[in-house]
Design a protein around this ligand. Sequence first.
Ligand SMILES: NC(=O)C1=CN([C@@H]2O[C@H](COP(=O)(O)OP(=O)(O)OC[C@H]3O[C@@H](n4cnc5c(N)ncnc54)[C@H](O)[C@@H]3O)[C@@H](O)[C@H]2O)C=CC1
Ligand SMILES: O=P(O)(O)OC[C@H]1O[C@](O)(CO)[C@@H](O)[C@@H]1O
Length: 374
Amino acid sequence: MKAVHFGAGNIGRGFIGALLFQSNYETTFVDVNTELIDELNKKEAYRVELAGTEDYMEVTNVSGLNSLNDEEKVIEAITEAEVITTAVGPNVLPMIAPLLAKGLGEKKSTGLVIACENMVGGTETLKNHVYENLDEEQKEWVSDRISFPNAAVDRIVPNQNQEDPLTVMVEPYYEWVVETSSVTSELPDIKGITYVDDLTPYIERKLFTVNTGHAVAAYLGKYNGHHTIKEALEDVKIKNKTQAALGESGGVLIEKYGFNTEKHQEYIDTIISRFENPDLSDEVTRVGRGPIRKLGPKDRLVRPALEYIRLKNEEPVHLAEVIAAALDYRNEDDAEAIELEGMIRKKGKVGAFCEIAEINENHPLVKAVEKHIN
Ligand SMILES: NC(=O)C1=CN([C@@H]2O[C@H](COP(=O)(O)OP(=O)(O)OC[C@H]3O[C@@H](n4cnc5c(N)ncnc54)[C@H](O)[C@@H]3O)[C@@H](O)[C@H]2O)C=CC1
Ligand SMILES: O=P(O)(O)OC[C@H]1O[C@](O)(CO)[C@@H](O)[C@@H]1O
C-alpha cells in the first residue's frame, strides 16, 4: 500500500509517517526542504524516539520528493497512493493545492486526502483550494473517487535539536481522529486512527483545550521572559492562569457538547501535565508561532472567547488577558510576529486586534481585551 505525505517536518515524520509505517504503508514524503528530502532518499529510514523512555521506532519504506523540482514524480506518486496526508501548516495548504490537484486529476483509483493541521475544517479548506485548480470535468472525476475527511491530530512534537536531521523525538501520547461522514470509499486500516461520524466535538475539544492551553503558556510565558513551556508553567501564576483560561474554554465545551464536568477537568489536568513533560523541551516561540493566525476568529483564543460571551453572557477575563499578551508577542524570526508589530504600529493594538479577529471595536471581547492592554 502506498501513501503520499506533504510536509516531512515534526508531525509528518514523528506522527503521521510513523503510523503509516506501522500500518505497512510505503510513504513518499513531499517537502520543500532539500536537506530532509536528500536524507530520506539516502537513508530510506529514520528514527522516532519516545520522550522519557528508551523506546524508539525505526521507520522504513520511506522516500522523499521535492514539491518544487520533482513535480512529475509527485503527480505519479499521488496517482498510485491510497492515502494522501498533509502536515504543512494551515497557511501552506493553498500552496500545495495546485500540485495535489494535478495528481488527483490524473488519478484513476479511489483515495483519501486527510489534512492533519491544527484547524477546524482543515481538509475541507484544502479540498476547496484543490477544486479551485480543477476544471469541471476533473471536479466530477475527483468527486467520484476521492474523499476529503476532516481530522484532528494531537501529539506534541517540539522543534528538534538532533545530530541526525531525520531523527525526531515525540511525546508517547497521540490521538488521530478522522470523520467518516464524507467518505465514499473503503476506510483505510491505519493503526491509531479513530473513525467518528461527527468530528466537531473532537476537534473543538482538542483545539480549545490542548492548543488554547498551550497558547496561554506560550504568550504569558514569553511576556514574562520564559523560554520554554515547562519553564512558563513552573511559574505558579502562569499555571493558575492556564487552568483559569481552560476553565473558560471548558465551560463553553461542556455547555455545547454536554461533556461531564469532572471528566473534562480530568482531561484539562492531563493536558497540562503533558505540557509539563520534563523530557520535552518545547520553546514558547514554537507554540506561539504565527500570532496572526492564532488570533484569528476561528482559532484557539478568539473562538472560545466569543463563544463564552455568546453562551454565558459574561466576560472571558482570562482568555482576554492571553489575547492581550498575544498582541505583545514579538519574535524577529517569525514573519507573522513582525507583521503584527507593523499592524499595531499603524492601527494600535485595538485596531489590529479588530482587523485580525474580524470584530468591531464595540464588541464586548474588544472591551475585555482593552482592560488588559491598559
Ligand atoms: N508539532 C506538533 O506538535 C503538531 C503540529 N500539528 C500541525 O501539523 C502541521 C505541521 O506542523 P509541524 O510538523 O510542527 O511543522 P514543521 O515546520 O516541523 O513541518 C512542516 C513541514 O512542511 C514543509 N513545507 C512547507 N511548505 C511546503 C510546501 N509548499 N510543500 C511541501 N512541504 C512544505 C516544511 O518544509 C516542513 O518540513 C501544522 O499545521 C501544525 O499545527 C498538529 C499537531 C501537533
Ligand atoms: O502548530 P500550531 O498551530 O502553530 O500551534 C502549536 C500547537 O500545535 C501543537 O504543536 C500540536 O497541537 C501544540 O503542541 C501547540 O499547541
